[in-house]
Design a protein around this ligand. Structure first.
Ligand SMILES: *[C@@H]1O[C@H](CO)[C@@H](O)[C@H](O)[C@H]1NC(C)=O
Length: 240
């Protein structure tokens, strides 16, 4: 996969072969095995339009444009894992509450945001996202698939599952001629990123560091160069 990206008056040519090949194939889906079901809780934020879920902490911006839609969730920091969980997918079903819909339907959400702690609220009374709680603050459309929204909060069972994505990877570039910041979006399979490298036409391979959310950065003079990028998906190493 290759695409021209124009920023700051010069262009980058990006080829992300490892990640694009793996994420577009059913191979990645087969490789990534769902985790065990575990107990957590879920609330929702925003309204039926899910407009409040746009621009979350992962940096995906407009979730409709970038392949995520409305079935998304903000994760408590325990699950968010400093942003390494951005892009991962979860099946969630409501349990142990009269607000649960019959037949325990599950919904599948993508992690696109952080639900920050609120230390002025008790962890068991409003501070639902305080560590060490595992909590999903879901979009309202996603929550409404598993429970009556008036319940506010329900216990859930969740498990991490492979992400199904169409249309290939998306990259969003920021930074300047000396600092390259890349947001990686629409990743299939595990959905997350283990490592990223970039190579300019006049440099060797440069290991990129995690910035925040789904963004990776290189402090290097790359302006005006043709860029090659290589990424590795994470192994299903830590199944929360
Ligand atoms: C944290 O909780 C307090 C008490 O309920 C509330 O007033 C405040 O708005 C909350 N802060 C955030 C950032 O949500």
């Amino acid at each position: 996969m290759a695409s021209f990206l124009h920023s700051w008056g010069f262009s980058f040519f990006l080829v992300a072969w490892v990640l694009s090949i793996i994420s577009k194939s059913t191979f990645a889906i087969a490789m990534f095995r769902p985790s065990q079901w575990a107990l957590a809780h879920a609330t929702f934020y925003g309204d039926e339009t899910a407009s409040e879920t746009m621009g979350g902490a992962c940096g995906y911006g407009n979730l409709f444009v970038n392949g995520y839609g409305t079935d998304t969730a903000a994760l408590s920091s325990t699950l968010f894992n400093d942003g390494y969980a951005c892009g991962t997918c979860y099946q969630i079903k409501c349990v142990q509450s009269s607000a649960c819909y019959g037949g325990s339907p599950f919904t599948t959400v993508t992690a696109t945001n952080l639900c920050p702690p609120n230390w002025s609220e008790d962890s068991n009374n409003g501070g639902w996202c305080n560590p060490p709680r595992t909590h999903f603050d879901m979009s309202k459309p996603a929550f409404m698939k598993i429970a009556q929204w008036k319940a506010g909060i329900v216990p859930v069972m969740y498990r991490r599952v492979p992400c199904l994505r169409t249309g290939g990877l998306r990259f969003s570039f920021q930074g300047n001629g000396y600092w390259l910041l890349v947001y990686v979006m629409n990743v299939g399979g595990g959905g997350d990123i283990a490592s990223m490298w970039v190579k300019g036409s006049q440099t060797g391979w440069i290991s990129m560091s995690h910035n925040w959310g789904a963004s990776y950065q290189a402090f290097a003079t790359l302006g005006g160069q043709t860029l090659l990028s290589s990424s590795l998906l994470t192994q299903p190493r830590r199944l929360l």
